[in-house]
Structures are given as structure tokens and as C-alpha cells.
Design a protein around this ligand. Sequence first.
Ligand SMILES: NC(=O)c1ccc[n+]([C@@H]2O[C@H](COP(=O)([O-])OP(=O)(O)OC[C@H]3O[C@@H](n4cnc5c(N)ncnc54)[C@H](OP(=O)(O)O)[C@@H]3O)[C@@H](O)[C@H]2O)c1
Length: 286
Amino acid sequence: MGAAAEIAVTGTTGGLGGRVTRRLAQRGIAQRLVVRDPARAPDLDHTSVAVGAYSDGKAMRRAFDGVRTVFLVSGEEARDRLDQHRTAVDAAAAAGVERVIYTSFLGASPEATFTLARDHFHTETHLRAAGLRTVALRNSMYADLMPYFASDGVIRGPAGEGRFAPVVRDDIADVAVAVLLDEQYDGATFDVTGPELVTLHDVAALLSETTGQEVRYQAETLDEAYASRASYGAPEWEVTGWVTSYAAIAAGEMEVVSDTVETVAGHRPVSVRDFLQRLHTDGEST
Ligand SMILES: NC(=O)c1ccc[n+]([C@@H]2O[C@H](COP(=O)([O-])OP(=O)(O)OC[C@H]3O[C@@H](n4cnc5c(N)ncnc54)[C@H](OP(=O)(O)O)[C@@H]3O)[C@@H](O)[C@H]2O)c1
């Protein structure tokens, strides 16, 4: 397992955890990377690798052994994701972990319109019940996803004229590192958002402007949204998750602009416009 590390980071093979682990490595901070596939673990200085999936309590317990602080990236969408999270949290508590920084979602609540945001609320609750000092980063929708919203030049979804403030994963990672390294934030819940509210009409206009290819937003009713996704063959819970992520925007549950990036990470968050312009100039974001 390698050198002792006080900080374990999960999800390092992914977009957000990868950003966090690279930032910690740049600062020379020792970390344990908890991954499902060791062959894909980032190759960084001052890191050791432990293998575990959230559903495997024994492996997670071993992976967290001797660790004080965990950056816990929420798992991929799954019907039993909440159970997987609870298993990982219980393993952390059993291993003697003291602090967990968890990647939650804006508006996490048992009644959230976005059904998958309910998992996040219950995971936050479970972390605190397990006696772990918790920081919940309730992230808005990733700005990084905006280019993928359009299909054949059309963004379709039941988001009405609702507004939201997409946030880039780089800014979330900056917040995460600040929180990981400063215990004054323990116990806090942060909404992590971009700097400005946009509608999906705005996102379509920005995509058109930055790519030079016409994109438009077509608001769907809920029935139309379920019907337009019926042919994907995805399970019902997943389709409901997709549809309700837009419905949460329509319901106003995403209409939040926070100052978290500025106050915790110490810089202005990147706007969707700036993100898309940079993406167009510099190429793909990972
Ligand atoms: N705010 C938003 O707009 C938004 C959008 C999409 C997702 N999310 C949530 O935010 C999380 C992080 O975002 P991201 O961009 O970093 O996602 P990502 O690029 O898909 O990375 C997810 C990471 O979590 C790991 N992981 C997933 N399920 C796991 C499990 N059951 N046990 C152990 N490790 C697991 C993955 O490992 P592998 O490489 O082995 O798969 C990967 O390293 C996502 O997993 C999802 O829960 C938020």
C-alpha cells in the first residue's frame, strides 16, 4: 500500500477526483488513491494506491486504514447507489476516519425534484450519523456537461424557463482542496455554483456563439421528456433521474448563486461563457 497518507481520495480516475488528486500532488501532499481499477490510478508523486468499490465494505475498510480525512466522490448513478455510499461511509467510520468531504448536489433533500439528489441528502445524513466530521459540497450542474446537452443541434428537456448556475469542475476541485486542508470548514454545507444564472435558451445561445453551429433549446413537457427517452432502453430509475434533473431547474430548485468559490477557493468562479470559449479555443476538457 506504500507510504502512510492522512488523506485518501476516491474517484481519482474520474473528472472531479482526478482534479483534486492532481492539485494535492502539486502541493506535495501524501495521498492514498482509492480506485476500482489500479491500472487506471493516476501516476503521481507522493501517492499510494488502494483498491475498493463502495459496495465492498471490507475492501473500503482496508483502503481507509490509517487515513484521517477522506475525499468521497459520489458514485456513478445506480439503483442501489445510496446503499453503496452507506457501505463506504460505514467502512470509513470503522477504519477510524475522522473527516469526510463529500461531493453532494445542489438542493439535496428527501423531497428534491431531481430524484438522484435524494441519495445525496441521505448520504450526508448517514455521514453525520456515523460520527464523521463532514463537509458537504453541494455542487450545481457541471458547466463541463453543457456541450453534451445538445443532440443534433437541439437541447431537449423539461426545464421550462428555469435558471441555474453551472459550475466548472476545476472550481469545485479548488474548493475541495481548500476544505480538505483546513479543518475550520468541518461541519459546513456549501452550495458550490458558477457566477451567474442561465436558462437553457442561454446555454443554447452560448453554444451557438462559441462553436459557430446553431443550437436551440426546445422545452419539453414531462410526458414528452419521458417519451423522447423511452427508446434508450434505460431502466426507469435512470430515465426518471435524467428527466427530473431538468424538472428541478423548471421548479426553481437550481436557482442558486453562491459565493463559495470566491470565499473558500479565493478566486472568481468561471462562467459558462468563459468555459465554453476556452473549450472552443483550447480543446476538450477531461
Ligand atoms: N454535479 C453534476 O453535474 C454531476 C454530473 C455528473 C455526475 N455527478 C456526480 O459527481 C460524481 C463525480 O463527478 P465526476 O465528473 O468526477 O464523475 P466521473 O468522471 O464519472 O468519475 C467518477 C469517479 O467515481 C468512481 N466511482 C464511481 N462509482 C464508484 C463506486 N461505486 N465505487 C468506487 N468508485 C466509484 C469512478 O471510478 P471508475 O473509473 O472505476 O469508474 C470515477 O473515478 C459522479 O460520480 C456523480 O455521482 C455530478
